[in-house]
Design a protein around this ligand. Structure first.
Ligand code: ADP
Ligand code: MG
Length: 235
């Protein structure tokens, strides 16, 4: 699905805040997508400082091109500022009537953050992530996610940014911090010595170092160049 460009008429109504937001200003709203369907959607604002919005678009399109699960309907939505409850201060300083947001349909699934600490009852050795780690290691999708994050230099694949659709079945959201973060420039991207943390790899820990796991990651790497070629025009 393409990234739609929706004007202020598409923003139907504010619904609710997001209970555990990350760094960004995010809420849930009813949004009319281009085909006329009105859906619950997450609406996220980035301040004018940095490239969060362009990172979202780029990360989403690349992940989708690789066949990874992502929200199907996504858009850049121009939200009427008068409808934004408690707008951040940088938004008030902006003089336009609308503000562009990253908007994606509600996948109606919790992030794996929700499962931290579950399934470890009675175990004194586990760290709260043991249950999730075990499931991630078994999932066929994990090497692809890990390889993807390495490729796009996503420094923010925390447990809030992987939705759990079912056991071992995940969808990817929040690509605001690819390319090493929101403040990249050509020189920062060309710095070949720069290292980017891969948070999912750190979570999986030594189990990501085994030969079978690493060979899966390498196979996934081989699909990247073509995935980029396929969406070059749209990007
Ligand atoms: N499309 C979506 N479907 C379901 N839940 C979502 C979706 N987008 C965001 N969320 C929920 O909202 C939380 C914050 O969204 P996210 O895009 O990660 O914003 P932030 O940049 O603030 O981290 C996520 O951890 C997830 O629980
Ligand atoms: Mg997030």
């Amino acid at each position: 699905m393409p990234v739609e460009l929706l004007n202020e008429g598409a923003y139907r109504t504010y619904l609710e805040p997001v209970e555990i937001p990350g760094q960004e200003s995010i809420h849930i709203a009813r949004v009319e997508f281009g085909d006329g369907e009105v859906k619950r959607a997450y609406v996220k604002f980035y301040s004018g400082q940095g490239r969060g919005l362009v990172n979202e678009v780029t990360g989403h399109l690349l992940a989708e091109s690789l066949g990874m699960r992502v929200p199907r309907k996504v858009a850049i939505l121009f939200v009427p500022k008068k409808d934004v409850l408690s707008p951040p201060s940088w938004m008030k300083a902006n003089t336009e009537d609308t503000y562009p947001a990253w908007c994606c349909e509600d996948m109606a699934s919790p992030s794996i953050k929700f499962f931290v600490g579950l399934g470890n009852a009675g175990s004194s050795t586990s760290d709260g992530y043991a249950h999730i780690r075990e499931e991630l290691v078994k999932s066929k999708q994990t090497p692809a996610i890990l390889a993807f994050d390495d490729w796009v230099a996503n420094i923010d694949r925390n447990v809030g940014n992987i939705l759990r659709l079912g056991m071992g079945d995940y969808a990817l959201i929040d690509h605001g911090q690819i390319s090493g973060g929101r403040h990249w420039s050509c020189p920062t991207l060309q710095d070949v010595n720069r290292k980017f943390p891969n948070i999912l790899k750190q979570l999986i820990n030594e189990k990501a170092e085994t030969l079978p796991f690493q060979s899966q990651v390498v196979i996934c790497w081989q699909k990247h160049a073509q995935a980029l070629q396929r969406i070059q025009n749209e990007l």
